[in-house]
Design a protein. Structure first.
Length: 276
């Protein structure tokens, strides 16, 4: 996937497939489902590729899926919760964070994509969540790295050229979220003056939140929450604001929830059912 001449060249990560016959049929599940690594393990498989690359010892998709289940990051009848990556990498002393909470799917001009590319050029690896299109029919995590002025992809579910070397515009149009993995020491690009410290991390979070609030598209949501959304709106537990661009009440489904708002939500639920 050619972009432009680059600076750093990242070392190629270990490659794993969730569909590998050694583990594709092994369970990756919580109570109430029968999911497998081959069907739902793209997130842990992506993490396993980079963790093994960075620690220099074997860490397979089986290991990553077990860690995910043991620590509560497997989603029922779905894949892996977004919150999985940071603590999974932290367990090995590796810094990882979600680049932005703004959904960039079908928004190829979003600044988030430019920020992700800048991290790649500085020696970081990325995990990207792709949505419906070239890489998936729903949601799919892939590994992204940088070499020879090009974006490279390790796809946990495919070795097809179109999924390892898709064109840039298609990628930007179908990528929803990024997680940044600090691999600069591994790739020989560490600059002490640019190392992440708490102050820089705090500034980054504030900036990301400000951008998130500016770019949040009002009623973005996933099909998996359809029944829950229908219930809370019909019961009057959630109230929409002014109409959004689609003419529907603005529920801001992908917005973050403060503790104060969570308390109000629970109180409204209790009132509605005679518990308060």
């Amino acid at each position: 996937m050619s972009v432009c001449p680059g600076s750093a060249m990242n070392k190629q990560p270990v490659s794993y497939l969730q569909t590998d016959k050694r583990w594709k049929d092994k369970p990756y599940q919580v109570k109430g489902e029968t999911a497998t690594i081959g069907g739902s393990g793209c997130g842990p498989t992506a993490a396993a590729m980079l963790i093994e690359t960075l620690i220099g010892r074997t860490f397979t998709p089986v290991d990553a899926c077990k860690w995910s289940v043991d620590h509560g990051y497997k989603a029922l009848n779905a894949g892996t919760y977004y919150g999985y990556f940071a603590p999974q990498f932290a367990a090995f002393g590796i810094k990882c964070w979600q680049l932005s909470w703004t959904n960039a799917y079908h928004n190829p001009r979003s600044k988030i994509h430019d920020q992700a590319l800048a991290y790649l050029k500085e020696g970081y690896y990325l995990i990207a969540l792709m949505k419906k299109g070239n890489w998936t029919g729903g949601g799919h995590f892939i590994v992204v790295w940088w070499a020879d002025g090009k974006i490279r992809i390790n796809d946990p579910a495919s070795t097809k050229d179109r999924r390892l070397n898709g064109d840039v515009e298609t990628f930007r149009n179908e990528c929803a979220y990024y997680w940044v993995v600090d691999a600069r020491a591994h790739n020989g690009t560490t600059d002490k003056e640019e190392e992440m410290d708490q102050e820089k991390f705090n500034r980054m979070v504030v900036t990301a939140m400000q951008q998130y609030r500016q770019e949040l598209r009002d009623n973005d949501c996933g099909d998996w929450s359809r029944a829950a959304r229908k219930f809370v709106t019909e019961q009057g537990i959630f109230a929409g604001g002014d109409p959004g661009p689609d003419g529907q009440p603005n529920y801001m489904w992908e917005d973050l929830l403060t503790r104060e708002q969570a308390a109000q939500l629970l109180y409204a639920f209790a009132q509605r059912f005679g518990l308060a």
